[in-house]
Design a protein around this ligand. Structure first.
Ligand code: ZN
Length: 240
């Protein structure tokens, strides 16, 4: 029987109950889990510490492994106040929802957890949160084993211009097979090179030298996520 435990976590989702209690969906290095914090039972404003996207250390206990954990203490490891900026907030939702959805079947591991934490810190601090989001969404997909292979044409090896969304590959103009528009996107050679950089180039460079035609990249990302992950409310809601 396991009793009191302590674990680091990021708050992915937060669901207030009519009773005033809060059920939080948390991401830790060893997986996603849910816990309840009872109103009035936590000392010193702990419920506020369980706000969305917070990086926390929680103390909790549960009777059995399948019980909802009961949180007894929350320590805030760093308030990312920059996430509340209107230009950053929608992207924090996007990263959190993506991780929430892709970790249903498999734990994200230490790398996925660290990547989400780093992405949220980036959105908090960076003057260009959109650039941070574009890079981190592709990296999080990569951690889940879903990174497309777009460096060269899958058929002949030339510089590609088309993104084969369904296959997660790329083709040059000569080798492109015609298909429904959502399955094959023409991005052009330059945007395909940028996409390859977002997917697997140095992360710092992907953030600091963002793609020139961002709407084009959001279109590509949205098509890919729809096919391989499903429809994400936060992604569909972005204006781009
Ligand atoms: Zn080709």
């Amino acid at each position: 029987m396991r009793r009191h435990q302590v674990r680091d976590a990021l708050v992915l989702r937060r669901h207030p109950l009519p009773s005033g209690d809060v059920v939080a969906t948390l991401l830790s290095p060893d997986g996603k889990w849910r816990a309840v914090a009872r109103k009035g039972r936590l000392p010193g404003g702990n419920l506020a510490r369980l706000s969305l996207f917070h990086d926390v250390t929680v103390q909790f206990w549960r009777r059995r492994d399948d019980d909802l954990a009961l949180i007894t203490q929350v320590q805030l490891n760093g308030a990312l106040s920059g996430l509340a900026r209107p230009e950053a907030y929608p992207y924090a939702h996007l990263l959190a929802e993506l991780v929430d959805v892709i970790t249903v079947e498999q734990a994200p591991g230490e790398r996925g957890y660290a990547l989400l934490a780093s992405g949220l810190r980036g959105l908090h601090a960076h003057a260009d949160p959109e650039a941070v989001a574009l890079a981190y969404v592709w990296r999080l997909l990569g951690v889940a084993g879903m990174a497309p292979e777009v460096r060269s044409c899958a058929a002949c090896g030339a510089a590609p211009s088309h993104f084969q969304v369904v296959e997660g590959t790329a083709r040059c103009g000569d080798c492109t097979t015609s298909g429904p528009e959502e399955a094959t996107l023409f991005l052009g050679v330059e945007a395909m090179r940028e996409l390859d950089g977002l997917v697997r180039g140095p992360l710092g460079e992907a953030v600091h030298r963002p793609p020139t035609d961002r709407p084009r990249h959001w279109r590509a990302l949205r098509s890919f996520v729809r096919w391989h992950v499903g429809s994400l409310r936060s992604l569909e809601a972005l204006p781009c």
